[in-house]
Design a protein around this ligand. Structure first.
Ligand SMILES: NC(=O)c1ccc[n+]([C@@H]2O[C@H](COP(=O)([O-])OP(=O)(O)OC[C@H]3O[C@@H](n4cnc5c(N)ncnc54)[C@H](OP(=O)(O)O)[C@@H]3O)[C@@H](O)[C@H]2O)c1
Length: 328
């Protein structure tokens, strides 16, 4: 059966994308076939499609690091026709066709069943960014953080990971401080639950190796000087999670926050997270994420609009989450 897909090709080191018609036999091997409803545009998708990083390892390939839809065929134990499923990461958009298509064939072991309160659209409004935000919250809890310990900082707060982290943490009772380069979006961040908004420039330049204790915990998706300054300002026995590189991949700091303040820096990887961790994250999202707030973070586009979203993302103009309706 024919289906529509956004396909990435590479000519003379330049990546281009176009919406094409493909057939089931064009799909890669796998033990499940999914009728895809939605995918999303994450920062990693932007890096992949723009070629700023080598995410896509073989061409032509359907990009899209995540997808949600309904099982059409399955020989994988525990996954049946009609199940609503979500896939985040693994080889999608790297060596395996990803979510920007009406059909996907993949490994059943990559799938998580979508928890009851969520539609397939909700699952992609959350997407990899929201699931990563929950992995970060779980890591804070694992490190012993509770709302009584003090303020929690979220960097990159207007982004996908940041927006969902603000929403979840505030509903869990934390006093959330949101760091952003878009102070004009303060109303959006307060609506998600931020108690205080700070200018990201206060964190983005080289700073002292250790400074006044401000944060009981932090969710960082920015890296570089921002993460180093956050660590330097974290309270005794505080916990900081690192999932992103929006400012840079470098970490130009010292060990002082670790050896003087017993600060924990917890790494977050969503791509190869074990299945039991994914199931825990998705079930906690079902419990702790307010669907009204989720809807306020989300806009929906079609496949043809993805390259424009990528351009706007690098220009710092995309807020929250962008869902891709592959059937639009
Ligand atoms: N480890 C993992 O498995 C994993 C999973 C998901 C995402 N990530 C990473 O997490 C990061 C966020 O992903 P996302 O999908 O949420 O992206 P996004 O929606 O584009 O959000 C990134 C946010 O970072 C802030 N930012 C951008 N450039 C910056 C700069 N130069 N300095 C400081 N802040 C800057 C902006 O927030 P403001 O406008 O509010 O300043 C922007 O909205 C990315 O680096 C992504 O690769 C990693």
């Amino acid at each position: 059966m024919a289906f529509k897909a956004l396909l990435a090709a590479k000519t003379d080191e330049k990546i281009s994308t176009s919406v094409v018609e493909m057939n089931e036999q064009d799909l890669m091997p796998g033990d499940v076939t999914v009728a895809v409803d939605y995918s999303t545009v994450n920062y990693k998708d932007a890096i992949a499609i723009s070629g700023r990083g080598e995410i896509i390892r073989q061409f032509p390939l359907i990009p899209g690091i995540d997808l949600a839809g309904t099982i059409e065929a399955s020989s994988y134990p525990g996954i049946a026709v009609g199940d609503r499923v979500v896939a985040n990461g693994w080889a999608l958009s790297q060596t395996h066709h990803g979510g920007y298509a009406q059909r996907a064939r993949l490994k059943g072991e990559w799938l998580v069943k979508i928890p009851a309160p969520f539609s397939t659209k909700d699952a992609m409004a959350i997407g990899t960014a929201g699931y990563t935000a929950m992995l970060s919250v779980l890591a804070l809890e694992h490190g012993g953080l509770t709302p009584q310990r003090g303020d929690v900082l979220v960097t990159g707060a207007n982004g996908g990971v940041g927006s969902i982290a603000v929403a979840i943490l505030s509903d869990l009772g934390y006093r959330v401080v949101a760091s952003t380069g878009r102070l004009e979006e303060a109303a959006y961040l307060r609506d998600l639950g931020a108690a205080e908004i700070i200018d990201r420039r206060t964190l983005s330049e080289p700073g002292a190796p250790i400074s006044r204790e401000r944060w009981a915990g932090a969710v960082d998706s920015v890296g570089s000087h921002t993460l180093v300054n956050v660590l330097a300002q974290t309270q005794y026995r505080g916990v900081v999670t690192a999932c992103g590189l929006a400012q840079g991949v470098d970490l130009p700091g010292t060990v002082l926050p670790f050896i003087l303040r017993n600060v924990t820096l917890a790494g977050i990887d969503s791509v190869n997270a074990p299945q039991e961790v994914r199931i825990e994250a998705w079930s906690r999202l079902a419990r702790d994420l307010d669907l009204g707030k989720l809807a306020r973070t989300t806009q929906v586009v079609g496949l043809t609009e993805v390259p424009d979203v990528v351009r706007r993302m690098f220009a710092g103009k995309v807020q929250g989450r962008t869902v891709v309706d592959v059937n639009a």
